[in-house]
Design a protein around this ligand. Sequence first.
Ligand code: NOJ
Ligand code: CA
Length: 540
Amino acid sequence: MALKWWQSAVFYQIYPRSWADSNGDGIGDLDGITAHLDYLNGGPDSLGIDAIWLNPINPSPLKDWGYDVSDYCGVHPDYGDLAAFDRLVSEAHRRGIRVLVDLVPNHTSDQHPWFIESRSSKTNPKRDWYIWVPGTRDKLPNNWLSTFGGPAWKFDERTEAWYLHIFLAEQPDLNYRNPEVVEAMHDVLRFWLGRGADGFRIDVVAGLIKDAQLRDNPIRTASDPDIPWYAQGSQDPLYSTDRPEVHDIIRGFRRVSDSYDSRARDERVLLGETWPRSQEHLADYLRPDELHLGFNFRFLLARYDAGRFRAAIEQTEKSFGANAWPTWTLSNHDFMRHISRYSRDGDGEARARVAAVMIMALRGTPFVYYGEEIGMREVKVPGDRKRDPVGRDGCRTPMQWSDSRNGGFSGAAETWLPCGDFKSINVAKQMNDPHSMLSLYRRLIRLRKESTALTEGSYRSFDGGPGDCLVFHRETESQHLHATESQHLIVALNFAATPRKIDTPAGKILLSTTIERAGESAGAPLKLGANEAVILDVGR
Ligand code: NOJ
Ligand code: CA
């Protein structure tokens, strides 16, 4: 089975404002990213990742840090300009790194010229580009709630009508029932694909189109134990998200992106921020004419528990079938960093190492959030330095490159967000330390590249292990391959803080979080230390 590039790739998420500052203003920028690409790929010590996803770089009033776009076809001056973007793309491509940009199609900034026009009068040609409901200030159009709190509607005095905002009031929702909006967004895709972008991470993709009658959402009754209440909300967003028509909108995006594929450049990729109403619907977004990839948020929400992770994996494997390709993510710019989540009731560092082996050894495409490869912690941001309206600053702090000023991120007197503990956690310190988190990530990515079982092999749960261990097989189907290429691996993750034994056959340890064990011939049963993760080659 020949995999597509986005199936065998390891992705790396860059928060551009916080990765590398090239001009000393305390804000990360595109030239800063370009200057640090060797860290990611192209050199002998590189991490070895294949693609980056950049959080939004468009002009924006930054009320939601770029997720409030005021010009889809430009670059915010804080980050550089289009020429800097072009330099970044060509330097990335030279190193075999593809570049995905963030597309925010669900809403614009209230400062976007489209919205300024739309709100100017009831007869403006762009009036219907947003979701307006005429009425009076004392009666909300329906019961929908903003993800960020309060009603999802704002009353606009000038034309005496409400407009919909599923996020901040400064982020009015576009109306995808209007074909002009669809066409305008297609032009945005064309703009970036034409400049060499390899695809898009698509924000709020499941919510792009709303119920035509704007019916009230039902109050949530059942609660999913794997999803904390804050991610569920008090309502079931039946009429505001995951509507059947959304799939047509996505198919339209896919047609545009497919039209840029060429044999020379491979496929461009659509990666969705997929929050369906129910996890069972995730695969619907990944049908062959829809998204190539969609985030699976189960790991971001699951507490550190072998059973929870096993359930998430099994459910994904079962519902995805042969057509949809899984993705695995532990952290992103919206959630507390996983190492800090795992530290609340255990050894976060050791657990994060186990989790790294897990995402790199599962069947599917892994995503690394900048800094997780060095074990960056969530940073406690003091009140007067807080920047995000809903408290997500702690996972967005500057990348920790070294122990010098601002962790090597910037020469500025002050950085836009405070830095974490870069004296003890930084790239330079970990670069040549074989025991470091960075070395573990590098070894994992390298092993993944070398192993057909890890990239394209099948997944099968290993039965009979202790409940607090997660154990699975990764296997290439020997009948399709030369015998020498076939591989049978067992991945054994001990989530317990005490040693465990697993009834595996004897084999050779290819990788362990206890680095001294690499190359060891392990007899049966396999002995795992506390919080140890092992990739074992058991031959055929
Ligand atoms: C999801 C993004 O990841 C988040 O950062 C943003 O606030 C919302 N979508 C709204 O665009
Ligand atoms: Ca800068």
